[in-house]
Design a protein around this ligand. Structure first.
Ligand SMILES: Nc1ncnc2c1ncn2[C@@H]1O[C@H](COP(=O)(O)OP(=O)(O)OP(=O)(O)O)[C@@H](O)[C@H]1O
Ligand SMILES: Cc1ncc(CO)c(N)n1
Length: 259
């Protein structure tokens, strides 16, 4: 069986972060492992508390996995602060790394900051060059490129700028666009569009986490980037459409879907 590792924050409500990623790996038939960077107290309405873990706790988790188990892909999500990013970067130097998908998580759906300001620079400098793919939403891509993104033309421009920062592929996600949910992929040469209709459903908590971990799972199974993203986009579209409602805010997507 193929494996996948998520390096991300814990979401006790089970929709996003580590919990959402492991559910996604499972749904893809890939053995999931996790390195927890931060523990959040959150639900469908808010993030009420965040505890970033000590860098040593993160390095030790990474070492325990890499010393013993073959990791076929890595998904990176919430990193929270600069010290955590440095610990990951330093530990990574000791191992051969598989394909890495990095979702530069900055703000929760409910508006809480999940990445401290000075950490953005470290993600770009230390981690972007190691990534096979990064998956910012339009707000994150805007912040990283100092631009405002309102449409697919702006998304293309952001892709070009982000590519210069080192990742081999860029996927700017359009979940926060007004009329469509079009994601734009750039491989440094060509653009590919993954255009699906917007689904009118407030239960989109963890969509970004599920998309990036589905792509990582597909990489583990040997898919190339376009096939991995296409299959992940189909998955997340079904998972949003098949949504159920728990909690009084933005509920999670449904991983119990027919595939
Ligand atoms: N209402 C929607 N209808 C269809 N697809 C959607 C919808 N909302 C998000 N998506 C899709 O879900 C995926 C995640 O995109 P989004 O831009 O919401 O990421 P995100 O903001 O990082 O997610 P999160 O809310 O987990 O932080 C993308 O493929 C996007 O196109
Ligand atoms: C732990 C965690 N990671 C990512 C997100 C973004 O959806 C979230 N809300 N919580």
């Amino acid at each position: 069986m193929k494996t996948a590792l998520t390096i991300a924050g814990s979401d006790c409500s089970g929709g996003a972060g580590i919990q959402g990623d492991l559910k996604t790996f499972n749904a893809h038939g890939v053995y999931g492992m996790s390195v927890i960077t931060a523990v959040t107290a959150q639900n469908t309405t808010k993030v009420s508390y965040i505890q970033g873990l000590e860098p040593i706790t993160i390095s030790k988790q990474l070492e325990a996995i890499f010393e013993d188990i073959k990791v076929d892909s890595i998904k990176i999500g919430m990193l929270f602060n600069k010290r955590i990013i440095t610990a990951i970067n330093e530990t990574f130097k000791n191992y051969n790394l598989p394909k890495i998908v990095l979702d530069p998580v900055m703000i929760s759906t409910t508006g809480r900051i999940l990445l401290k300001g000075d950490a953005i620079e470290s993600i770009v400098k230390d981690l972007f060059p190691l990534c096979n793919l990064i998956t910012p939403n339009i707000l994150e891509a805007g912040k990283l490129t100092d631009t405002t993104i309102n449409n697919t033309v702006d998304m293309e421009k952001a892709c070009r700028k982000l590519y210069e920062l080192g990742p081999s592929n860029i996927l700017v996600k359009g979940g926060h666009l007004k009329d469509t949910a079009c994601d734009v992929l750039y491989d440094g040469n060509e653009f590919t569009y993954f255009d699906h209709k917007r689904i009118d459903n407030p239960n989109t908590h963890g969509t970004g986490c599920a998309l990036s971990s589905a792509i990582a799972a597909n990489y583990s199974k040997g898919f190339d980037t376009i096939s991995a993203v296409k299959s992940a986009k189909d998955y997340i579209t079904k998972a949003i459409a098949g949504g159920f409602s728990i909690g009084s805010g933005s509920g999670p997507v449904n991983h119990f879907i027919e595939r």
